[in-house]
Design a protein around this ligand. Structure first.
Ligand code: NAG
Ligand code: NAG
Ligand code: NAG
Ligand code: NAG
Length: 317
């Protein structure tokens, strides 16, 4: 009897740690308020891309950022042909003014950058990389579907190989120093989660939930019949317990979150080529023409769809 009771307690605890929680909205961002909550980082690309990250006044002057109908659009230059001596294609890298630890962020995305050579990302990153951790929510290269999300940390954080999630494990060692920084990834089982397929389907909702004991990434296609009501129409509070099984579940079982994850900024960026998109294996495997840098230099009009359009970003804590 006693033993049975003990097992019951252990079992309920184990189940409960994967359940969600209730959170309250601290930011409701769309259009101009979304833009105002971020700053442009005109830095050199840490991933060695064929890119020039511009400051906000350049982005405004060149039409790389715009607000219309309460939507925020961020794009790369698609009119300039570059010579090999020019710096890279102009693009954006924006960082949230605020930092977050435990929170939920719901990104309602109408369109993401597409095109050969593109490498867009929506991520959450701490300072002193990789010591305070990184969560890549949306990331991919060269229009290859589906999406792959991942964690990147200092050495010693790993993920169990079997977890309660709909995605597929692609790496269990989160250390940025191993496996060329592939991180502990999870590949989505949904080709509408990324690139042209995502865009042609009207985009969708990405959400990340970070608690003290897990990080979860969720995705719902625009046309899905199972989008939770508090995701579809974000209100003043949400209850992630009703969101179903996440695409990616990263528990703290073998990764002490207080050691590996600090306060994070949200970063939204778009580079070209570089360490991943431009690697000869990734670029040629995607069926893209020529070489990545040559293609990006010489085909500006190929990047007319290299843009993010955000309907909103709601943050709960
Ligand atoms: C976007 O920024 C994050 C944080 O610095 C970085 O980890 C990621 O590789 C960047 N992605 C691209 C495509 O530049
Ligand atoms: C996604 O597309 C790839 C390439 O066309 C295909 O091999 C794969 O089976 C598709 N996956 C899903 C989940 O539909
Ligand atoms: C959140 O949803 C779960 C599952 O439906 C429910 O048990 C719990 O009471 C809800 N929490 C709140 C605060 O409503
Ligand atoms: C995680 O690390 C923190 C800070 O180093 C420590 O206080 C805590 O006991 C650790 N938790 C576990 C479960 O090991």
């Amino acid at each position: 009897m006693r033993i049975n009771y003990l097992f019951f307690v252990i079992l309920t605890r184990a189940v409960h740690t994967t359940l969600g929680a209730t959170y309250y909205r601290t930011s409701q961002l769309a259009g101009q308020s979304f833009l105002d909550a971020f700053n442009f980082q005109a830095i050199s690309d840490p991933t060695n891309g064929r890119v020039t990250y511009v400051d906000e006044s350049t982005a405004q002057a060149d039409g790389l950022v715009s607000v219309a109908n309460n939507k925020l659009t961020l794009r790369a230059d698609y009119t300039t042909r570059l010579s090999s001596s020019d710096p890279g294609r102009k693009s954006f890298r924006i960082q949230s003014n605020s930092q977050y630890t435990t929170h939920v962020a719901i990104f309602d995305i109408a369109h993401m950058p597409q095109g050969c050579g593109t490498w867009p990302a929506v991520c959450e990153v701490g300072g002193n990389w990789p010591n305070e951790g990184e969560v890549d929510i949306v990331e991919g290269v060269n229009d290859q579907t589906p999406n792959r999300c991942s964690l990147h940390t200092s050495s010693g954080c790993t993920m169990p190989s079997s977890r309660s999630m709909t995605g597929t494990v692609d790496g269990t060692d989160c250390s940025a120093y191993d496996n060329y920084n592939a991180g502990c990834g999870v590949e989505f089982n949904d080709n509408l989660s990324y690139g042209p397929n995502f865009n042609n389907n009207g985009g969708g909702w990405y959400a990340v939930e970070r608690s003290s004991s897990y990080i979860k990434v969720f995705f719902w296609e625009r046309t899905s019949g199972s989008v939770p009501s508090d995701v579809k129409s974000p209100g003043s509070s949400i209850n992630t317990s009703n969101w179903g099984t996440p695409v990616a579940y990263f528990p703290s079982t073998d990764c002490n979150f207080s050691t590996y994850f600090g306060a994070h900024n949200i970063i939204i960026n778009l580079t070209f080529c570089g360490d991943w998109a431009g690697s000869s294996s990734a670029y040629s495997a995607s069926g893209c023409p020529s070489t990545c840098v040559d293609y990006v230099n010489n085909n500006p009009s190929a990047f007319s769809n290299a843009y993010f359009e955000f309907n909103s970003l709601n943050i709960y804590q």
